[in-house]
Design a protein around this ligand. Structure first.
Ligand code: NAD
Length: 492
């Protein structure tokens, strides 16, 4: 699927609580299509009373539906069916995802929806494979740990990959036997509602997977603070993550998983094989989803002797991209999520140029024939670690270039004062690659590639202010469980 007519997409709004849509009164938020700036729907803002209803319903379902108690193999079977329904629904889900987000429908159809389904399938397989442990004790005792779900997990998701980011939260939580109340971003609220419908169709008991709509200040905050929320899992900005952590501390020392912002370096040594391929990786890592990716490779660090050659290649690749609506088959550059976000990108680039950076290309909106908020891929050189565009997470297609002569210089430039989410190293020298892997303070380091494969076993998460805990991998499953220690005395 590579196109659709946005006027033909049926959008269902509301909260999804207790297995069905819930009518909502009160204030609403208008939802805008980033591709053309058209307001196409609105969502209600769940207040504290609505959150209480959703969490109470989830808690009741957790205790009474049997989801946490059924044979884990049965839970896995239901989740596999859920995954199958998601995959089979791609013709509905992909345009729904693309309509109001920055995801081109071609990508949503070929990647986001299948990847969401596969993630659910992946965690379904953990349900009956990982349990507790038996401890080594003397023969008069049996010591063990029993893995138990928390109860109701509060999940909060960002707008940049609405389905995939939500699935990374809900799939391990459900597989571990929890109930979930999910709040999607108010900018991309609809595709996860379809996900919730499909979960119920697959046999997930009503009330086990709920979706509440609203903003951060009212809805997100009320969700995090609800006394029956036993754990919070969040993906979003570092600032919001810190506020959520504080709220979790104030309302019951709730454990948190935080997947936060990044400012990831891509380090290219002169010996890196096939410079054309390297350039494609560099360009792709900052223009994919128009740079609105937590692990966007936004800081290019390149050995001085090849800096000009690489910059020229990257610029050429940038110039080939065509801005266009997510429903247009010819578009290769996604829109920016909102007008304020595009204005923010412009302001950071402007301040960087005023501060001494050289604009090599981009630095402007797409031409007026594209009505949405599109920002052209931008390359800035002559920057320092203090340049705004080097320091701030931009969340747009803006790449800065710095040069180095030695490995130590590369490592010093790679270190960011705040972020440590991901990094890329491009070199033919294995010893050097390993030295860089060890030296870089980041949760993920890719060598001679940039970005994930479809392998879900490799967890993702940040060092420093890029986050706490992991999504994906076994770690994300275990983070949705708590472990009870049991010691049985056999001498009675
Ligand atoms: P954001 O922090 O503005 O919002 C994320 C979510 O939090 C939204 O649903 C929002 O409504 C909610 N929220 C806002 N304030 C809240 C509060 N006080 N309490 C509870 N909830 C609140 O982030 P965004 O703009 O939607 O997403 C972009 C950010 O997400 C970037 O910083 C990006 O790096 C990060 N991100 C990180 C990862 C990762 O895996 N590390 C993945 C994707 C995105």
């Amino acid at each position: 699927m590579d196109r659709f007519d946005p006027l033909t997409i049926n959008v269902r709004s509301g909260h999804f609580i207790g297995g069905d849509y819930v009518d909502a009164q009160g204030p609403r938020i208008e939802v805008t299509r980033p591709s053309d700036g058209v307001v196409y729907a609105s969502v209600p803002i769940a207040d504290a009373a609505t959150i209480d209803r959703a969490v109470q319903d989830a808690w009741t379902a957790f205790r009474t539906s049997g989801w946490a108690r059924i044979a884990p193999r049965e839970r896995a079977r239901v989740l596999r069916r859920f995954a199958d329904l998601v995959a089979a629904d791609a013709h509905t889900l992909a345009p729904l995802e693309a309509l109001g987000s920055t995801r081109p429908v071609r990508d949503a159809f070929n990647w986001d929806v299948p990847f969401t389904a596969e993630g659910i399938r992946f965690y379904a397989e953990f349900a009956d494979k990982l349990g507790g442990e038996v401890a080594a004790t003397d023969h008069d005792h049996l010591g063990m740990t029993i893995a138990e779900p928390y109860g109701v997990i509060g999940a909060i998701a960002p707008w940049n990959f609405p389905l995939v980011m939500a699935s990374w939260k809900i799939a391990p939580a459900l597989a571990a036997g929890n109930a979930v109340v999910l709040k999607p971003s108010e900018m991309t609220p609809f595709s996860v509602l379809r996900l919730a419908e499909l979960a119920v169709e697959a046999g997930v008991p009503p009330g086990i997977f709920n979706v509440v709509q609203g903003d951060g200040r009212t809805t997100g905050d009320a969700l995090v603070r609800h006394p029956l929320i036993a754990k919070v899992t969040f993906t979003g900005s570092t600032r919001t993550g810190a506020a959520i952590m504080a709220a979790c501390a104030e309302t019951g020392t709730k454990p948190v998983t935080l997947e936060l912002g990044g400012k990831s370096p891509q380090i290219v040594f002169a010996d890196a094989p096939r410079l054309d391929d390297v350039a494609r990786r560099i360009a792709g890592a900052i223009t994919g989803n128009a740079g609105q990716v937590c692990v966007a490779g936004s800081r290019l660090l390149v050995e001085r002797t090849i800096a000009d050659q690489l910059a020229e290649r990257v610029q050429r690749l940038f110039s080939e991209l065509r801005a266009g609506a997510t429903w247009s088959p010819d578009a290769t550059l996604a829109p920016i999520i909102s007008e304020p976000q595009a204005a923010r990108i412009e302001a950071i680039v402007g301040r960087s140029i005023t501060g001494g950076a050289t604009l090599r290309c981009g630095g402007r909106r797409a031409d007026a024939s594209t009505p949405g908020a599109f920002y052209m891929p931008t390359l800035l050189t002559d920057v320092t670690p203090h340049t705004d565009a080097v320091r701030d997470e931009i969340f747009g297609p803006v790449l800065t270039l710095q040069t180095f002569d030695t490995e130590d210089e590369a490592l010093a430039l790679a270190a960011h004062p705040d972020y440590g989410l991901a990094a890329g190293v491009h070199t033919a020298d294995l010893g050097r690659a390993l030295r860089m892997v060890r030296g870089i303070e980041a949760g993920t380091v890719w060598v001679n590639r940039y970005g994930r494969t479809s392998d879900f076993m490799i967890p993702t998460g940040g060092y420093k202010r890029s986050g706490i805990g992991k999504d994906l991998g076994r770690q994300a499953y275990e983070a949705n469980l708590r472990f009870k220690s049991v010691l049985i005395d056999a001498r009675v």
